[in-house]
Design a protein around this ligand. Sequence first.
Ligand SMILES: Cc1cc2nc3c(=O)[nH]c(=O)nc-3n(C[C@H](O)[C@H](O)[C@H](O)COP(=O)(O)OP(=O)(O)OC[C@H]3O[C@@H](n4cnc5c(N)ncnc54)[C@H](O)[C@@H]3O)c2cc1C
Ligand code: SF4
Ligand code: SF4
Length: 1016
Amino acid sequence: MDEQRQLMIEDLGSVLEGELLVDPLSTALYASDASLYHVPPLAVARPRTRDDVVAIVSYAAEVDLGVFARGAGSGVAGGCLGPGIVVDFSRYLHRILSVDDSTVTVEPGVVLDELNRFLRPLGRYFPPDPSNGPVTTIGGMLAVDAAGSRSVRVGSTRDHVQRLELVIGDGSVIEAGSEALVSRGSGGPADLTDPHQRLCDNLERILRENDELIRERQPALPRNCSGYHLRGVLAGDRLELARMLVGSEGTLGLFTRATLHTSPLPEHRGIALLLFGTLEEATRCVQAISTLQPSACDLMDRRVLSLGRESDPRFSSMIPAGSEAALIVEQVGISERETRERIARVISAARATAQSTRVAFEAYEFDDVEFLWSLPRRIVPMLTRLKGASRPLPFVEDIAVPPEQLHEFLTAAQRVFQAHEVTASLYAHAAAGQLHFRPFLPAPDIDSGARLEELAASLYEEVFRFGGTISGEHGDGLSRTPFLKKQYGPLCRVFQFVKDLFDPQGNLNPGKIVPTAGESSPLEFRAAHRSGPTADSTQPALTPTPGPSGPSGPSGPSGPSDLDLVSLGCSWTAEEFSEAASDCNGCAACRTISPQQRMCPFFRIDHSEHASPRAKANAIRSVFGPLGSDALVSDELRQLASLCFNCKQCQLECPGHVDVPQMMVEAKAAQATVDGMTRGDRTAAGVHDLVALGGLMPRVTNWLLDQPPARWLIEKLLGIHRDRRLPALARRSFLRSLPRRWSFRPRPGARPKPVVYFVDHFANYHDPELATALVRILEHNDVPVYVPRDQYPSGMALITAGDLDNARRLAEWNLRELGELAREGHRIVCSEPSAVVCLQQEYPRLVDHPDAAAVAEQVVEAGTFLAELHQQGRLSLDFEELDLSAGYHTPCHLKALGTASSLRELLGLIPGLRVSTIEAGCSGMAGAWGIARDNFETSIEIGSPLISRMQQGDLEIGTTECSGCRLQMQQDSSTPTLHPLKLMALAYGLIPEIADRLPDPKGSPRRRSNRELVIS
Ligand SMILES: Cc1cc2nc3c(=O)[nH]c(=O)nc-3n(C[C@H](O)[C@H](O)[C@H](O)COP(=O)(O)OP(=O)(O)OC[C@H]3O[C@@H](n4cnc5c(N)ncnc54)[C@H](O)[C@@H]3O)c2cc1C
Ligand code: SF4
Ligand code: SF4
C-alpha cells in the first residue's frame, strides 16, 4: 500500500463508523459507472452517518483531495467518477427517516422505487420518474435533477424538494430550503457571523449582480440541468436555495438528508402506442398532441422499436417489423371516462396530422399501462446489447431543445450525423424536447476520443443555434463540462463565483460543471477488451485450457502446475473472456432489489457494490486491464467470486445478457488451481462423492444423519452445517434398482422414438420415487423411455464451485453415454432443471467434445416436454381429483432456461388442485451450496422470504422442480414440498403411495428432523 493510502487509513479510516476501502480491487470497482469513462479513485468511503461525511469532507479539505459523491453509479456522464475519495451513499445511508401527510424525509442512498413502494400504501408517491427507478438513488436524482417521461406534467426532482441537508467544502453542515431574504427585511436582522446566513447573503448578491446575464444565457427550457440552476432562484423576497442546489452534481455540497414533497397517486391513467410511417410524421404529431397536455409523449425511432420487438413477444405482435417511428402518449384524468376521452382526442389529433397513424395499443388498467411503459424502460439499456464493431454510445445522449423546434432540430441533427458518417438511435421525451441520441461507434479508446469530441462539438453547435441545452436530465459530468463554456459563455464566471461560495478550495467533485484550473489530462475510457497476455509482460498470462486431447490427456487437463500461468478452465479464449467482461456497460440495472425481478440474491441481502453482478464483471475487466491477471487469484477476487453461486439470474435479466456467472466460474476455477477451493465450495463440490459413499450403507447413514452428535461431527469433518435438513438416502439408488425394461438401449430407427431420461444426482440417490414418477408419466402417455444405466450426475455443483477438472470428467463421461443418442435424435429429458442448464449451457463451454452441441440441442426439461405433448393433444388428462392447495416456487435454473414454468401450468389441469405461485425470489440453496457450514447462514438469509412463506400455514403443500429449493422450502416448515411430477403421478393414479407424503387430513404435525424424510 502506498504511503498516501496508509496515512488515509490511519487518519480517516480510524474515525469513520463506516468503511474506508483502499485495496486495488475496491478502487477498480468504483472506477466506472454507466458512462464511457474510467477513473480509478484513491479510496472509497462508505459512510454510516452524517458525521462520517463531515469527517471525509474535512479530511479531504485538509489534505487537498477531491471528494466524489456516488449513489448507484448509474450516471451516464461520469458524474461520480474522480481520482480522490469516492463516497458511496448507497451502502449504508438509505433510511427513510420520517413521513407525514405531504412530505417524506430520507437519507440520500434511498432508491427511488423503494421510496415509492414505502409511500404507495399511504396513497402517495414521489413523482419524478427516471426510467431507472429500480436502482437510482435520491441523492443521485437530486444531484442531476433527474426526470423522466412524465416531466411535462410532474416536472423534475427540483420541483419536489422542500429541504436539503448538505456538507459543504469546508466540512460544515448547512440546511437549505426556501430562504427568506434578509436584504428584503423578511428574515430579521442579518447575522453575518452565521455561515448559512453569510452564504445566502453572498449568493443573493451574486445573483442580483448577474441577473441580466442569467436571464440572457440560461434559457427557460422545460428541461435543462446543465451548469448551475440560477434562473428564478431569486424569487420575490425569497432565495430558493434548495432548488438551486438540485442539479449541482455534488460540486457544491454532499447531500446527507432531504425532505421531499410527495403527491397523491394518480387516479386514472390511459395510454396509447401510435405507430407512424416516418419519423417526420411522428415528430409533427408531437406538436399537435402537446397542445392536449399529455402527461407524457415519448418518441422512438426505428432502431429502438426493433429492439422493443425483440424484448417481448407481446411487443413483436403489436409492432410490425419495419415500423419507422412510434409515440407513447399518456393522459391522466379524474375518471376513466375522462381519461378515455383525452386519449381519443390524442388519437384524432394524430390522425389529422399524419395519415399513416396506426393505434397499436391502448390501455386504461394499471398493469396494462405499466406494461407499455416497460417498452422504453427495457429498450434503453437493451441498446447496449447490440454487438458488433459499432455500438450505441452515450456521450451526446442528453440534449434538450425547445419542444416547438423539435422537428427542425432533428433534421439539423441528422445532417450532422451524416456529415460524420454515423447513424444514431433516438429515444425522446418529445413533449419536453428531451432527446436521447446514441451514435453507433466503435468502443472508444485513447485514439478515438477526438472523434467523439468532434461529433459532440458539431452537434452541440446546432443545439446552441436552436437555443437548447447539452444536458436536460443526466448532468454535465465528465462528458459535457468541457462544452459548458460554449453553452454559457460569460455565465461560466458566475458558476465559478457560486462554486467558490460553497467550495472555495474546489475539492467537491472537481472537474464537473466548473472545469479545474490548468491543463487537464485526456479522459481515459473504459478499456475496450484486450486479448491474450496483458500488456505488461511481467504479468502472468491467461491461456485457454488445452482440450481433452491436449497435454493432460483424455481425462481433461488439470492446468499447468507452473503458477506463473493461470489456465482458463472453460473452453473460451482469453479474448472471449475479456470481451464478456467488456459487454457490461455499467448501467447498474443489476443493483435492483425489486420484488418483480430475481436479480442477484447476494446484492439483495448485502447492498454493497461488491455483491452486484456489475462489480463481478468490472473485476474481470480490471484483470485484463490495470490490475493484471495476478488479481484473478487474489484474496479480494476470491472473496468477490464467493458472492456468486451461478444462479444465472443476472445473465437472464441483465439488458446486455452479460455472462457474469461464467466469469465467476472461471475465476473460481483459476483460484482453485492456484490455492484450492474455499471450504464452502469444497463441501458443496464433494457432496456427490459423500452421497455415493453413504449410499453403500444407506440405513446407517440415515440413522447417523438423525443423531445430533453425529451431525456435530459431520459438520466438523465434512463442513456440512448441522442445522441443514438433509435428504435421506434411498435404500437403493434409482439406477441400481432400474427395471430391465427401462434400460434397453433403443434400436436405431425405433418408432416411436424413446426419450432418454437423464436422472442426475438427487432423483438417483435420494428420490427414486421422483425418477419413477417421470418414467411412469411418460409411459402413461405412450412415450417409451430409455434410462442409460451408466450415466453420472451432471456435475453442476462442481462447476459452481470451480472444480472444473472433475466436472469435465463427468461431462465427458455423460457425453459418451448421451452423444450418440442425441445424434440419433432422441430427446433427453431431465426432471432437475439444473441438469438441463448443465447439459445445455455448461457442457458446451466446459469440454471441446463433438457431441456437446448435439446433447445441448436435444436436452429438455420434463415440464417443457410434457407441455409439448399437451399442445399436440397427446397428453392424457385422466387425472383424479387432488383436493389440495399448493404453493409453487419457480427455481432460478428453470428461469435461466428461458422457458415458462410448464409443470406449474400442467398442475392446473388436475381437478381440485389449487396452485398459487410464490413470489419470494431465489431459494438461496444453489444446489448443494447451501448445505455447507460456511454458506448456511447466507443461504438461509437469501431464502428467508421463501422459508417464511412456507411457514405461513395456509398452504397444504409446496411444490417445485428443483431439489435444492425443495430442501430450503422444508428447512423450517413442516409443510411437505414435492416435485410437481409426483403430484401428476399421484393424480394419474400411477404411484398411490405418494399420498403418504401429503399432509395428514387431520392436520397432525409431521415429525421434525434435521434430515428430510423423502423416500427410502
Ligand atoms: C439505463 C439508464 C436509464 C436512465 N434513465 C434516466 C432517466 O430517465 N432520467 C434521468 O434523469 N436520468 C436517467 N439516467 C441517468 C442516471 O441514472 C440518473 O441521472 C440517476 O438519477 C443517477 O443516480 P445515481 O444514484 O446512479 O447517481 P450516481 O450516478 O452515483 O451519481 C450521479 C451524480 O450525483 C452525484 N451524487 C450522488 N449522490 C450524491 C449525494 N448524496 N450528494 C451530492 N451529490 C451526489 C454524483 O456525484 C454524480 O454527480 C439513466 C441511466 C441509465 C443507465
Ligand atoms: S452486468 Fe448487466 S445489468 Fe449489470 S451493470 Fe453490467 S450491463 Fe448493466
Ligand atoms: S449468477 Fe446469480 S449469484 Fe452470481 S452474480 Fe449472477 S445473480 Fe448473482
